[in-house]
Design a protein around this ligand. Structure first.
Ligand code: MN
Length: 495
């Protein structure tokens, strides 16, 4: 049975006496509250909050978040009330626990798409209150998925589907690759056992065949890099997650021999410059495959992922993918937004260099996670300041609305339906004739409200924007498109 020491061992920040005390108190409190309760599997209930806390600690979160993880099921499942919990641990931890209780009431019922969107919206808006709530919820779900077998089959399927459709995408949006991969694999196993087994067998067989080449390549690269004076922090092989492999196989006629990144060699080096130098050394040793070099360092993925990927002909011509990244990029790829807490303690300035890189990303590539990260850097490093700022500064001036398909559109305050239309596409803006907010027709000058689902009605007959749109457009994207369009239409004598 996992215990308090397992939480301490997983904890990545310095374990100060104050932190140790808080976690210990939360542990004792939860243990007492859940005393005598059993899980469906017959185990003591307390195992679940402990495992949840271990996951939270493992991705680098602080002691308050870990404690809230230990206490997350107390108000819902025991006789201890939120008030009592607040009296003992204060309003911050109580608010986190309350947020998780509320999120827990959201269930994906029925087949309807609108339910899914509704849940996604609630989940997302909960982030506006405190992103730590969502991180705890992801850890809670991950442990429930690991132990899903104890539930009735029907329930297993519902939870697995909910995890695949809601929780894994959110983990992905937050950039927490480690949790996302495991959530997807566990869901896949329950939703499509046959294909899971098939993919797993294909993967195992192929990995077994290729193991000696991968080991050889690692040894050869280690030597080459050392000779070149590169301070390699870590080098090793990593197999692709089962669900991601299955998805890729589907687009490659289920032919495992056409998958080049089944196992990737990951090289972790100190600085960005080392990454490019390493790339050169790898290519000198092994011929690269044409068109397979992806530089996500200068052009990060939409969720902020950074790394260089290259596919090479390794020992005996065997095709191997090599991924090169810095330690900071590595921690970010595994822990995503949670890496903030990690960095705030470890390497001051670590974020700064990352963000400066990201400034080069084209405007349209930026999504909200990146904006959030940039903003994190601006407001400073302190945990409390971060959280307070997260609520007040960032979200106060931003509106999050949704397209009917569930895509998130992020706008400044006092944006109108016209801003929303142009945020989707300039063609949508230019041909907008009306808007529906949460299913109701509204004038185009109406302000967009947080959490609304907005559908922009367009018509090909609409020639273009009208001048008065400028009076109620807020974003520069909308304004510049409108101006551009109007100028084109100006009669020649006004030039
Ligand atoms: Mn729970």
């Amino acid at each position: 049975m996992p215990n308090l020491d397992d939480i301490f061992n997983a904890f990545r920040l310095p374990l100060t006496p104050a932190r140790k005390k808080l976690i210990t108190e939360a542990f004792e409190f939860a243990k007492q509250a859940h005393a005598g309760q059993k899980r469906k599997s017959g185990e003591d209930y307390i195992i679940h909050p402990i495992e949840t806390a271990i996951i939270i600690a493992g991705i680098g979160m602080g002691s308050k978040t870990v404690s809230a993880g230990l206490l997350h099921d107390v108000p819902e499942d025991t006789t201890v009330t939120l008030k009592e919990l607040e009296k003992k641990f204060g309003p911050e931890i109580a608010t986190l626990v309350d947020g998780i209780t509320k999120l827990g009431k959201i269930k994906l019922r029925g087949e309807k798409e609108e339910n899914y969107l509704e849940n996604l919206r609630k989940m997302f808006l909960a982030m506006a209150a405190d992103i730590r709530v969502v991180i705890i919820k992801l850890a809670d779900r991950l442990h429930n998925m690991r132990t899903l077998g104890a539930l009735p089959l029907e329930k297993q399927e519902r939870i697995a589907r909910e995890t695949m459709e809601i929780f894994a995408p959110i983990a992905n949006r937050l950039g927490i690759g480690e949790i996302k991969g495991e959530l997807e694999d566990l869901s896949f196993k329950h939703l499509d056992a046959e294909n899971y087994a098939l993919t797993q067998n294909l993967s195992r067989q192929k990995l077994k065949e290729g193991a000696k080449f991968v080991e050889l390549a690692i040894a050869e690269l280690r030597t080459e890099l050392k000779q070149a004076g590169i301070d390699v922090k870590e080098i090793g092989g990593r197999a692709k997650h089962i669900y991601r492999l299955f998805r890729k196989l589907q687009t490659h006629d289920m032919d495992i021999n056409r998958i080049y990144d089944l196992v990737a060699i990951r090289v972790i080096v100190p600085e960005v410059a080392d990454c490019y130098e390493t790339l050169g050394i790898v290519h000198k040793k092994y011929h690269p495959m044409v068109g397979r070099i992806k530089d996500y360092i200068s052009l990060p993925k939409p969720n902020g992922y950074q790394s260089i990927h290259t596919t090479v002909f390794g020992p005996e011509g065997k095709i191997i993918e090599v991924q090169i990244r810095t330690q900071q990029m590595h921690i970010e790829a595994e822990f995503g937004i949670a890496a903030h807490w990690f960095y705030s303690e470890r390497t001051k300035g670590g974020w700064k260099s990352l963000f400066q890189k990201k400034k080069k990303v084209p405007e349209k590539e930026l999504r909200w996670v990146q904006q959030l990260r940039e903003w994190q850097h601006e407001i400073g490093q302190d945990d409390d300041e971060f959280v307070r700022g997260l609520k007040i500064e960032f979200f106060k001036n931003h509106i999050f609305a949704f397209t009917p398909k569930g895509d998130i559109i992020n706008l400044p305050e006092e944006s109108s339906m016209i801003d929303f239309a142009y945020a989707i596409h300039s063609q949508v803006g230019d041909h907008a004739t009306g808007a529906k907010a949460d299913g109701k027709m509204v004038p185009l000058h109406t302000f967009v409200r947080n959490g609304q689902v907005i559908e922009i009605l367009t018509s090909k007959d609409r020639k273009g924007p009208s001048q008065d749109w400028l009076t109620f457009s807020k974003t520069s994207a909308a304004k510049s498109h409108i101006r551009k369009f109007l100028k084109l239409d100006l009669p020649t004598d006004k030039k």
